[in-house]
Write a protein that binds this ligand. Structure first.
Ligand SMILES: *Cc1c(COP(=O)(O)O)cnc(C)c1O
Length: 233
């Protein structure tokens, strides 16, 4: 089942890329394995998944340890923190995650910088933006991005690789197109201002229900859970 699911997604990704005349290597498929077992993750890895997304640090640590002792291909895996990150979990998070998608405050960034410095790492992060303005949702407001970047861009142990957004849950994926488009426009606008010494590149947007629309709007990274790990009809 997993194999079929992954093949189907990869096919959709490559078809979209042909249609949009962009390279399919440019799009990273992150398999979001929160609440899934080690065996399910192993199966996904056997089907060609290299990028693992988790939303809780403790759960990710356990899985990371287990996969590293039983599977030598662990070294080829990349670990993504896609969920909200609490400051008291940062020390563990920087030990295992290659990319933290969910940085949404200066205080969190400061903590990540401090803990990465302690272990001699430059932590790659994305800034999470609440493009839809839904109340109660994590992520900074679009108009807060430049202020945050001015600070975080100067941190020695953080590299801001790009932006992330989570679209509202709706039935029709076309309805979330404006939020994906807004993230891309925000990135392009920020880059034109040259607030930091390097450009922001990555856009992490699109999940099981809306990843095709996200790619049409310029996603570089899609985060997919259900469409990989659950039976599709
Ligand atoms: C769970 C989760 C996903 C995957 O969602 P699906 O609808 O299962 O594809 C993506 N991003 C984040 C931040 C998540 O928490």
């Amino acid at each position: 089942m997993l194999k079929d699911n992954i093949l189907k997604i990869q096919k959709k990704l490559s078809e979209k890329c042909i249609q949009l005349q962009r390279s399919s290597e440019g799009i990273t498929l992150v398999a979001v394995s929160k609440n899934r077992t080690i065996d399910e993750i192993k199966e996904a890895v056997a089907c060609g998944i290299h990028n693992i997304g988790e939303n809780r640090v403790q759960e990710a640590l356990l899985k990371y340890k287990e996969l590293s002792t039983v599977d030598s291909r662990q070294s080829a895996l990349k670990w993504h923190m896609v969920g909200h990150l609490q400051r008291n979990k940062v020390r563990d998070a920087v030990k295992i995650f290659d990319l933290i998608h969910s940085v949404d405050s200066l205080k969190l960034a400061q903590e990540i910088n401090k803990e990465s410095c302690r272990i001699g790492k430059i932590q790659e992060i994305l800034i999470e933006v609440n493009t839809s303005g839904e109340p109660g949702k994590f992520g900074i407001k679009p108009q807060e991005l430049s202020e945050l970047l001015k600070e975080v861009g100067g941190f020695n142990n953080i590299k801001v690789s790009g932006l992330m957004t989570i679209a509202p849950l709706v039935d029709d994926p076309q309805k979330v197109r404006p939020y994906f488009r807004a993230l891309k426009e925000l990135r392009d606008k920020i880059n034109s201002l040259s607030l930091i010494t390097y450009p922001l590149t990555l856009l992490s947007m699109g999940m099981s229900n809306d990843f095709e629309v996200a790619i049409e709007e310029g996603a570089d990274m899609v985060r997919i859970g259900q469409a990989i790990f659950e039976r599709q009809n």
